[in-house]
Design a protein around this ligand. Structure first.
Ligand code: FO1
Length: 305
């Protein structure tokens, strides 16, 4: 069975690690690049790096992003020098940004660079950025339009998000590798990533709706909501500000056109009927992933559903 997963952020990366444990060779992960940005003259792809580090077993287990056991010598020195230090880069993590930025300057495609990084990290699956050209996510807050990381990290996602824009998504297509992976897949898994900030940037790419319609795969989404709580990040507030129920029904309202099945937490049984009324099949499962076996178990549910 060929599997394609769509992911971004820590929760998505964790389910992809489960899929990777089940099927390391027949997995392609399509990663959101809407949160990519430039800092210190370097190109950063935080969602990609989170997936890379998580699958390679390098990720910091507590924060979910960055490299476990990383040191902060460069970042500390940068602070001393009065450099921009709102976005923390560990010493080992920095090597990824240096490598990527140098290869981009040499004219390599982002897809090629991501493949080089995943091979060097010892991975046997395909990690695919959704696009080779930038499609930056911009958010309208009460204070106006801002860049994604301005909201997410600099302001610690404390402000209300009134609108999301995926700048250029109407003219930038998914890469040929992404189209091939989705078209060849027997199963597409929408990982428990934030639909507004991680999945919609991918699904909004030019021509994606047509690619999606032509895919023969069964499409299974995993809800990132447990009860009225998001496991991590600002999803609950985003559902609220966009007028959706703050639970897995809200997720279903965002994804019903893109999925056949929605896996929701076993504690949310009462949402099954209203979600099925939207035309989605519902599966109940424990969706909180505390360790690697949890990730694998949830991945197995997603592959059976
Ligand atoms: N998130 C933070 O909240 N603060 C940080 O300083 C930070 C640094 C960082 C460095 C490398 C990286 O790959 C991710 C990092 N993240 C940080 C997480 C990142 O902002 C988010 O995971 C995504 O951008 C949103 O999905």
């Amino acid at each position: 069975v060929k599997i394609a997963a769509l992911a971004g952020g820590v929760g998505g990366a964790r389910l992809c690690h489960g899929l990777y444990q089940v099927s390391p060779e027949r997995l392609s992960v399509v990663v959101n690049t809407g949160d990519d940005f430039r800092l210190h003259g370097l190109t950063l792809c935080p969602d990609f790096d989170t997936v890379l580090y998580t699958l390679a077993g390098w990720a910091d287990p507590v924060q979910g992003w960055g490299v476990a056991g990383d040191t902060w010598n460069c970042w500390n020195q940068l602070q001393k020098l009065g450099g921009e230090s709102w976005f923390r880069l560990g010493d080992q993590d920095l090597a990824t940004h240096l490598y990527r930025s140098q290869r981009l300057a040499e004219g390599a495609r982002l897809t090629q660079i991501c493949q080089e990084l995943s091979v060097r990290a010892g991975l046997s699956c395909a990690l695919l950025p959704m696009a080779d050209q930038p499609v930056p996510t911009r958010l309208r807050l009460p204070r106006g339009w801002v860049e994604f990381q301005d909201y997410f990290v600099r302001a610690q996602h404390q402000e209300a998000v009134l609108e999301c824009r995926y700048e250029g998504a109407n003219v930038v297509p998914p890469t040929p590798e992404v189209v091939a992976a989705l078209s060849a897949a027997d199963r597409i898994v929408l990982a428990p990533s934030n639909p507004f900030l991680s999945l919609r940037p991918i699904l909004s790419l030019q021509g994606m709706a047509d690619v999606w319609r032509a895919c023969p795969a069964r499409r299974v989404a995993v809800s990132p909501m447990i009860g009225s709580q998001a496991v991590k990040g600002p999803l609950a507030a985003l559902l609220q500000s966009h007028g959706h129920p703050v639970n897995s029904l809200g997720i279903a309202q965002l994804l019903w056109e893109w999925a056949d099945v929605l896996i929701i937490d076993e504690g949310d049984r009462e949402l099954a009927a209203p979600i099925e009324a939207l035309g989605l099949k519902v599966e109940l499962a424990p969706t909180l992933m505390k360790d690697a076996p949890d990730r694998r178990r949830l991945a197995e549910v997603a592959l059976r559903a």
